[in-house]
Each structure stands twice: as structure tokens, then as C-alpha cells.
Design a protein around this ligand. Structure first.
Ligand code: DGY
Length: 326
């Protein structure tokens, strides 16, 4: 008998076909109040789940007593309580690796765009306000040769550091709980305390995972430690930065600007004060959002679910001990 699987996100047809080949598939285009009853009915028989962008908490898990594996189409897994999944014997699979370079591209886009005021100035051109050679009031700040500070030197942090050092001649300093020998050897990156990174970097890039200990890690007090000419970039999770305090710091000129792909609440509410600030570049959480990478993530998540439901622990399993219970 094929395992029963609940798909809770719209994915490309070729990957739906793979899932249908391997499993009895119940397919939902997201989980909403409208389909809640049908989702619960499918979960009652489910051995596996695959999807993204929806918190999976105790009430959904309670509705799925047979569940053995969840495959999230993301590298981040802050939508789940890993200890709870492990306690229930549910393996959590994620998609590291396939999105590293694309997410680093997005983060570098934010660095360049914020430093050179691209959004603000492109808008000025579109509004027909470019009537003479632009003056100092519209100048940006250099990226090349400036110091980049990376908070979190994992896969994506390293890929950002590589672009910065090899492409833009930027000295790299970083804060991480363990040293990254590859970054230190190949990119001459120097590990520092968080306060040192904040104080010395011209660009501070947040690339940490969201964990209880990183939630609201960057607030007004930390932003005050940055240079007033420095720019904050967040391409990780919005909740790592205290958003209200960031708004205050940007308004007061405590830092020069911010480039943000992620927010405390997503989608960012249209009345967010962030959207009124000219020194903010705001993107709609597009870190990995290219055709190629999103397809690769789904294919990886499908592979992961097939492996997990066959009882195979792979490198993409967040909590391999959960499988030991079966
Ligand atoms: C990830 O994969 O975690 C991206 O941020 C998309 O959510």
C-alpha cells in the first residue's frame, strides 16, 4: 500500500506527478479556513506532509496520528517546533544547499540597492523628475572595499562573504557560534564578537536562523552600536530584528539605511511605517524566488519525503532521531 501524503502548497505539475507516483496524494492549494475541514480529514490518514509557508502546530499534528514525516519546501524551519515533532516521532526534512547561491544573490542585491539608492532614484526617473545631472543629495555610498559584517556564517553567510571578498574586495568579519575555517582560509574572514561586528562593519548582514535565542536579537541598542554610515541587511527572518526599534533608528539617522527581504509580519502590512522611509529597500521575501531555484527546492523536498517515508535518514533531516521511534 502506498503511504498517504498531504500536499499543502501549489507546486509544479512534474513534481505533483512524482508525488502521485509514490503516494496516495491529497492535494491542497494552501491551508485556509475554507479547506480546513478537508485538510483535517486528509490528515487523519496521513503518513506524510509536504508544503511550505504555513505554521504546523500541535492542533494540526494532533489531527494526524499516523504522521511519520513532514517535508518543508524551505531551508528555514521556524514554522515547526522541532522538539515536539521529535517527541511525536515525526521526521522533519528541509531543503538546504539548493537555494544557497540564489539567496546570497538576493542579499547582495539588497546591499547594492540600498547603498546606491537604486529604488529611490529609479522611482525619481520614472516620475519624470530627472531634469539635470543629479547632485550630492542623491549620492549613494561605495560598496567595493567596504567592510562586510556577517551575523551567521553558515552556507548562505559563506556565499555572501564569497561575493563580497572575491567580487568586491570587501574585508569580511563575522559572528558565529563556531569558527568557519573555509571562510577564514579562503576569504580571510575574521571571527569577532557580535558587538565588534556591529561596530566595525559598513554593511551588517543578518543571515542567522530564527531560534528562541535569536528572536529580536537586533534592537535599538544593537543598532546604536553600528556606525551611523552603516547599512543593515536582513535576508533571514524578520523576527530576528526588532522592527519597531529599527524604524525608530532609521528615522533618527542612527544608521544610514536598511535592505530587508523579511519582516516581522509577512506579507508586510501596507500601512507599515517602513514603507514611508526613503532609506528602506523592502522586498517581498524573495530570497530563493527564481524559477530554477524554487523548482529545485520542490524537487529536493519530494526526494526528501520519499526517502523519509522509506525510513531513510538523509543529511536533509533536521531531527534524525525521530525516525528511530519507528
Ligand atoms: C527558506 O527556504 O527558508 C526561505 O526563506 C523561504 O521561506
Amino acid at each position: 500500500m502506498k503511504p498517504n501524503v498531504v500536499l499543502y502548497k501549489k507546486i509544479p505539475t512534474d513534481q505533483v506527478v512524482r508525488l502521485q507516483h509514490a503516494f496516495n496524494l491529497s492535494q491542497f492549494d494552501g491551508m485556509t479556513a475554507d479547506n480546513h475541514r478537508e485538510v483535517l480529514a486528509a490528515l487523519a490518514q496521513a503518513d506524510g506532509m509536504i508544503g511550505a509557508s504555513h505554521p504546523i502546530g500541535a492542533s494540526l499534528l494532533d489531527a494526524a496520528p499516523q504522521l511519520r514525516a513532514i517535508s518543508t519546501i524551505s531551508v528555514g524551519y521556524d514554522q515547526f517546533s522541532v522538539p515536539d515533532l521529535t517527541r511525536r516521532g515525526i521526521a522533519l526534512m528541509h531543503t538546504p544547499g539548493v537555494l544557497t547561491e540564489t539567496t546570497a544573490d538576493t542579499i547582495f542585491t539588497l546591499i547594492l540597492t540600498s547603498a546606491r539608492r537604486v529604488v529611490e532614484l529609479a522611482e525619481l526617473v520614472k516620475q519624470g523628475k530627472w531634469q539635470h545631472s543629479i547632485g550630492e543629495e542623491y549620492y549613494g555610498t561605495d560598496v567595493n572595499g567596504k567592510t562586510i559584517g556577517i551575523l551567521g556564517m553558515g552556507r548562505i553567510g559563506y556565499a555572501v562573504a564569497k561575493r563580497a571578498f572575491l567580487g568586491f574586495g570587501m574585508p569580511v568579519i563575522y559572528y558565529n557560534d563556531v569558527a568557519n575555517p573555509q571562510a577564514e582560509t579562503l576569504l580571510h574572514a575574521q571571527r569577532r564578537s557580535m558587538d565588534q561586528v556591529l561596530a566595525e562593519a559598513d554593511f551588517v548582514c543578518v543571515v542567522l536562523p530564527l531560534l528562541p535565542e535569536t528572536e529580536k536579537l537586533i534592537g535599538y541598542a544593537q543598532l546604536r552600536k553600528m556606525k551611523s554610515s552603516a547599512i543593515l541587511i536582513n535576508g533571514s527572518r524578520g523576527k530576528i530584528v526588532h522592527e519597531t526599534e529599527l524604524i525608530q533608528a532609521l528615522r533618527e539617522g542612527v544608521i544610514r539605511a536598511a535592505g530587508l527581504d523579511v519582516f516581522e509580519h509577512e506579507p508586510l502590512p501596507a500601512n507599515s511605517p517602513l514603507l514611508t522611509l526613503p532609506n528602506v529597500v523592502a522586498l517581498p521575501h524573495i530570497g530563493s524566488a527564481t524559477h530554477e531555484t524554487r523548482h529545485a527546492m520542490v524537487a529536493c523536498a519530494v526526494d526528501n519525503l520519499i526517502a523519509a517515508l522509506a525510513g531513510n535518514v538523509t543529511a536533509n533531516c533536521v531531527n534524525p532521531t525521530a525516525l528511530e521511534r519507528h
